[in-house]
Ligand binder design. Structure first.
Ligand code: SF4
Length: 351
């Protein structure tokens, strides 16, 4: 699908630059209870054809990261306190709003968690998909409808010709998510951000939607950012993983290293809480306790109240995100011991 030169002015971009580069991103929310540091020093690079999974519990900063990249963060109360987001070498944060708006959906697109509330209930899905083509490519209704049918087929919606006039409530949750994906990829974006795209779906449909995203990514050589709280869904899809906790990246590496040699207690806890078919006993392990309130962070390492390896050092000194192996960083004072598997729990943490 070719893009109109008026809608995607990519001729201005540096072809040798990474597709997306986030450098020392700082985002805060100014609330009555104080300043909440929602993102504190986020760094990553995404290349074409790569998938980065950003993983964390609610409130870890992963969705704020997605909204900031898309330029849809509510400001106020949100405030970008520092850092850079570069798309093909150009800083999005200093870009004129009009130009930035033109990139949305065209160069950087997003799939939201809840398809039912993201789709307009009173408009047929074909009309909603076709709008991308009417607005961005100035197609007439008939051409846009044909494009909508093609896209519905591309994302695996059966009987697309018959269903193009149906309304969102006439589709299952999995099919609605496919419609959202169709809208997100309609203009062949370079970067696709999927914010918890399978949370509301059952396990079988989750796997189908993840497979579809992967296929489309390979087909279009897109950079895919997958936001999730579920380490289980990213194993087959992601190339790299950034594990977030309380607005900070705790560990960042490739998908194989995360599963084989985790170097942060939080990642280790998340891995141990994954259900396994070879596990004996009936109790599933969990990460004890709750994440801290962002306006009232504990001193030292933000994970220390929940960490079975915490020492006095952890309760006073905040660890930096530092290398533990080639391409593998961890924000833990004991990352070397964790990586080598030579550390033992120091205390039982109460749930
Ligand atoms: Fe746990 Fe200390 Fe590492 Fe933080 S720095 S994760 S408290 S061992």
């Amino acid at each position: 699908m070719s893009q109109s030169p008026t809608t995607s002015p990519t001729q201005d971009y540096d072809p040798s630059a990474p597709l997306l580069e986030v450098k020392d991103l700082q985002v805060e929310f100014r609330t009555k209870a104080g300043v909440a540091q929602a993102i504190n020093g986020m760094n990553f690079t995404l290349n074409a054809g790569e998938t980065l999974a950003i993983l964390g519990e609610s409130g870890s900063g992963k969705s704020v990261t997605a909204q900031t990249i898309m330029g849809i963060l509510d400001m106020p109360p949100g405030h970008i306190a520092g850092g850079e987001i570069r798309y093909r070498g150009q800083d999005l944060l200093s870009m004129k709003p009009e130009r930035r708006r033109k990139l949305r959906g065209v160069s950087i697109s997003m799939i939201f968690q809840d398809a039912l509330s993201s789709l307009n209930p009173v408009l047929p899905v074909g009309w909603q998909i076709g709008e991308m083509f009417r607005v961005h490519h100035r197609m007439n209704r008939k051409q846009a409808r044909q494009k909508a049918i093609e896209l519905m087929k591309r994302v695996g919606i059966p009987a697309a010709e018959q269903r193009v006039g149906n309304y969102p409530h006439q589709f299952s949750g999995g099919m609605r998510q496919r419609i959202m994906i169709a809208m997100a990829i309609a203009l062949d974006p370079d970067v696709l951000i999927a914010d918890e795209p399978t949370t509301a779906l059952d396990v079988t449909v989750q796997a189908q939607v993840m497979r579809l995203l992967k296929e489309l990514q390979v087909e279009n050589n897109m950079g895919l950012i997958l936001i999730t709280h579920d380490l289980g869904v990213v194993a087959d899809v992601a190339d790299k993983i950034a594990v977030m906790y309380a607005g900070r990246v705790m560990e960042h590496t490739d998908v194989f290293s995360i599963y084989s040699t985790p170097a942060h207690p939080y990642t280790k806890g998340l891995l141990e809480s994954l259900p396994r078919i070879d596990a004996e006993g009936d109790r599933l392990s969990t990460v004890p306790g709750l994440p801290p309130t962002l306006t009232d962070m504990p001193p030292g390492c933000p994970f220390n109240p929940r960490c079975p390896y915490a020492t006095d050092l952890c309760r006073t000194d905040r660890p930096e995100l530092l290398p533990v192996a080639d391409g593998h960083t961890s924000a833990c004072h004991y990352r070397e011991e964790l990586y080598a598997g030579t550390i033992t729990a120091r205390e039982e943490v109460q749930s």
